[in-house]
Design a protein around this ligand. Structure first.
Ligand SMILES: [Zn+2]
Length: 263
């Protein structure tokens, strides 16, 4: 049931963004969809199946367990259901922001996360381009956070849907007017804001780590408003991989085990 809710929401949001990208693209892509989509969507399908067969429901089940055992911070505080839901959503989002920074700064984890950054274009399918081991590490980290926090089980389902939806939205190649983008950025992360994180310029990659709400980057001074080059022509990806052809599915799976490329 919990998996079906998440899957339906993910497919629905992805479909909307694909249509929006087609009708109103922000950038003209150099690589065509036939080169990238089978790889990105292949990784998504592989990860989904792998998680379904292994620890896909761990986050939700650990929240239920913590709640039944009255374990974790929020389960010990006299909070209303709504306060507990809001606190769970905010604190888990901050935890994922912190995880993203560590993925970049700690070389063994960067080996996994670089797979996401080797995409030479930036669209909704980039949001699902992750190495399966990063998905596992992320799930285990999230589970520890959920148990220590005593996260509300309903909020955990909502958080998974919001995180997935926000990632699909902020990776998408959609054209949003500057005025609307500016207002949206006060609260959420827009595609123009997150695209900067996928720049080939290291200082720009080291910015805009958030996934859903923009306040963590502002509070922690990792916010960057604009890239040096224009949004429509800035280079995307990792310089070390731009000179070669798009990596294949198998090459991406093997990438963490190859000698480490510098960002
Ligand atoms: Zn990143």
């Amino acid at each position: 049931m919990e998996t079906m809710i998440r899957l339906s929401a993910a497919v629905g949001i992805f479909s909307i963004m694909i249509v929006w990208e087609y009708l109103s693209p922000r950038r003209k892509h150099q690589l065509n969809r036939q080169q990238r989509w089978p790889i990105n969507l292949g990784l998504a399908a592989f990860n989904m199946l792998f998680m379904r067969l292994t620890i896909g429901s761990l986050a939700y089940l650990s929240a239920v367990y913590a709640s039944e055992q009255s374990f974790g911070l929020l389960n010990r505080l006299p909070l209303s259901e709504w306060m507990s839901i809001i606190a769970t959503l905010l604190l888990l989002d901050f935890a994922i922001y912190c995880q993203h920074i560590v993925m970049h700064k700690y070389p063994p984890l960067w080996r996994l996360h670089q797979v996401h950054h080797t995409d030479l274009e930036f669209d909704a399918t980039t949001a699902v381009r992750f190495h399966p081991m990063e998905i596992i590490v992320s799930m285990l980290y999230k589970t520890v956070c959920i148990v220590l926090l005593g996260a509300n089980p309903w909020a955990v389902i909502a958080f998974e849907i919001i995180l997935n939806g926000a990632a699909t939205f902020n990776h998408s190649n959609v054209d949003i007017s500057p005025a609307i983008d500016k207002n949206l950025r006060r609260l959420i992360i827009t595609p123009d804001m997150h695209r900067i994180h996928h720049s080939t310029v290291p200082a720009e990659t080291d910015s805009n780590y958030g996934f859903s709400i923009s306040c963590w980057d502002r509070l922690c001074k990792t916010y960057r408003a604009e890239p040096k080059e224009p949004q429509t022509t800035m280079a995307i990806g990792l310089t070390a991989f731009r000179s070669q052809q798009e990596l294949t599915f198998m090459q991406l799976l093997a990438l963490p085990f190859r000698s480490l490329r510098r960002r």
